[in-house]
Design a protein around this ligand. Structure first.
Ligand code: CAO
Length: 415
C-alpha cells in the first residue's frame, strides 16, 4: 500500500497554525513537505506556550508532523538562488505570511510561474480582495469577521469565539482541498495555478447555515430559535445559546455530578420522531396523549419547560448513562466529553485519531492524528523536525549542492 501523495514535493513557507495545518495534512498523506524556516529563529510557535524550557512547544510539534526542516533566508543573495532552485524542484508552494511578504522576498507569482510553470502556489490570508486585504489576521479576528462570533454566545450575552480553530485549522483544511484539486487539474492541463483561501471566507463557509437564517428572517420569526415566541428578533441572525442549529430542538442539560465535574452535561435533541421514546425514558408517558405536548407545534412555545423536565431525569444519571439509555432508542444525544476524556478514550487511540508520539527532546506526547482515513493509503504520524534538522540533506539531494557549497552558504548566513 502506498501513501496517496507519495511523489508530491511541497515547499512549505508556512508558520503559526493555518498554513501548517494544511501542509501537515498533505505530509500525512505522503507528500514530502520541506518546511523553510528563518535561520536561527524558525517558526515563532517553536517558542510559544512552551511547557518545557528550550524544547519545541506542543503548539509547534502538533502542527508540523511528518515534515522536514531546512533553514534558509531567501533575502540573502545565495539564499535567493537556493530558494529559486527549490521552487523549480517542488510541485506546490504554500505560504501564510502577511500580505505581500513573499513578493517582498523577490518572488511574486509571475516570477514563480516563470521558474516553474507547473507550480501550484497556495496562500492563506486573513481577507480576500477588498477593504481589509492588507490586514494581518489571527484566529479570533477571523471568527469575528466571518460571522461565527456574532452568531455564537448566550441569547442575551455578548458575541463569543469558539474553542474550535475554525479560522486557522478550518482555513488550512480548505486550502488543502484547493491544492489537491489543483494537482488533479494539473494532470490534465500540465499547468500550475494559484490557490487562495481567505480566513474570513473559510469561517463564513462554515457558518453557511447562519447566512441561510439571515434570509429566512425576512419571512418571519425562526421558530427553532429560543427567541421564538417570547423573545425579540432584530435585524440580524441572533445568538441562540445552545439551541440546535439543525432545526431540531436541542439543549445542554446537567447530569449527575455536575456540581463537582464541569463537564457533567449532555446534549439532548428532542426531534419529533424520537419524542415518544424520550418522553417515556424521562417518565413523561403522559405527554404522548396530551395535546399540550404531543405535537412539535404544541411543544415549541415551551421548549425551555421541556428541557427542564428532561434535566430532572438527566440529573439522576451520569452523562454516559444518559447516552447508553437514549442512544439505543434513537434519541440523538451526546455526552460533553472533556479533553482529558478524549485523550484517554481507547477507541480514538485504536483508530489513530489520538496518537502518542516520541520526540527526541521532549519525550512522549499526545497529538491528534489524521482525522481523514483512506482505506488503501496508510498515514502514519511522525514527530516534527528540529529546527534545520534536514538542511544538509535537502541542500544536497533536492538543490544539488556540494558539501563545499553548503559550507559556503552557511558561512554567508544564507542557510
Ligand atoms: N528568512 C527570512 N525572513 C523570513 C523568512 C525566512 N525564512 N520567513 C519569513 N520571513 C520574514 C518575511 O519575509 C516577513 O518579513 P517582511 O514583513 O519584512 O516582509 C516576516 O518574516 C514575516 O512576516 P509576517 O508579517 O507574516 O509575520 P508576523 O508575525 O508579523 O504576522 C501573521 C503573523 C500570522 C499575523 C501574518 O503572517 C498573517 O496575517 N498571515 C496571514 C493570515 C494567517 O495565516 N493567519 C493565521 C495566523 S495563525 O495560523
Amino acid at each position: 500500500m502506498s501513501k496517496a501523495l507519495e511523489g508530491v514535493r511541497i515547499l512549505d513557507m508556512t508558520h503559526v497554525q493555518s498554513g501548517p495545518t494544511c501542509t501537515q495534512l498533505l505530509a500525512w498523506f505522503g507528500a514530502d513537505v520541506i518546511k523553510v524556516e528563518r535561520p536561527g529563529v524558525g517558526d515563532a510557535t517553536r517558542g510559544q506556550l512552551r511547557d518545557i524550557p528550550d524544547v519545541d512547544s506542543l503548539y509547534f510539534t502538533m502542527l508540523n508532523h511528518n515534515k522536514r526542516s531546512v533553514t534558509l533566508n531567501p533575502k540573502t543573495e545565495k539564499g535567493m538562488k537556493i530558494f529559486a532552485k527549490l521552487i523549480e524542484e517542488c510541485d506546490v508552494m504554500v505560504e501564510n505570511f502577511a500580505p505581500g511578504a513573499i513578493d517582498r522576498m523577490g518572488f511574486p507569482w509571475e516570477k514563480i510561474q516563470e521558474i516553474n510553470p507547473r507550480m501550484i502556489y497556495a496562500s492563506v490570508k486573513g481577507f480576500g480582495p477588498g477593504p481589509f486585504e492588507d490586514c494581518k489576521v489571527y484566529e479570533n479576528v477571523a471568527q469575528c469577521t466571518g460571522g461565527s462570533a456574532s452568531t455564537t454566545g448566550e441569547i442575551n450575552g455578548f458575541p463569543m469565539v469558539t474553542g474550535s480553530q475554525i479560522g486557522d485549522s478550518g482555513t488550512g483544511l480548505h486550502l488543502a482541498l484547493g491544492i489537491v484539486t489543483a494537482l488533479y487539474h494539473r494532470e490534465k492541463s500540465g499547468k500550475g495555478q494559484r490557490v487562495s483561501c481567505a480566513m474570513q471566507d473559510g469561517v463564513l463557509n462554515l457558518c453557511r447555515v447562519k447566512l441561510r437564517d439571515q434570509q429566512r428572517l425576512a419571512h418571519g420569526p425562526m421558530k427553532e430559535y429560543p427567541q421564538y415566541p417570547n423573545g425579540e428578533f432584530g435585524a440580524a441572525v441572533p445568538r441562540a445559546g445552545n439551541a440546535s442549529g439543525g432545526g431540531q430542538p436541542g439543549w445542554i442539560v446537567k447530569c449527575k455530578g455536575w456540581e463537582t465535574d464541569p463537564d457533567s452535561y449532555a446534549y439532548v435533541i428532542a426531534q419529533a420522531a424520537a419524542f415518544p421514546a424520550l418522553a417515556k425514558a424521562i417518565g413523561h408517558e403522559d405527554w404522548l396523549e396530551d395535546p399540550e405536548w404531543n405535537t412539535p407545534e404544541a411543544r415549541l412555545p415551551k421548549i425551555d419547560k421541556l428541557f427542564e423536565e428532561v434535566e430532572k431525569w438527566t440529573l439522576t444519571k451520569t452523562k454516559f448513562e444518559v447516552m447508553n439509555i437514549l442512544n439505543p432508542q434513537n434519541v440523538p444525544v451526546g455526552p460533553i466529553l472533556s479533553m482529558k476524556e478524549l485523550a484517554e478514550e481507547p477507541s480514538l487511540r485504536a483508530t489513530g485519531t489520538v496518537v502518542e508520539v516520541d520526540h527526541p527532546e521532549r519525550g512522549k506526547y499526545l497529538t491528534v492524528g489524521n482525522p481523514i482515513k483512506l482505506s488503501d493509503s496508510p498515514s502514519d504520524v511522525e514527530r516534527s523536525p528540529l529546527l534545520g534538522e534536514h538542511t544538509d540533506d535537502i541542500l544536497r539531494d533536492v538543490v544539488g549542492m556540494s558539501d563545499e557549497e553548503i559550507a559556503a552558504a552557511k558561512a554567508e548566513g544564507a542557510v
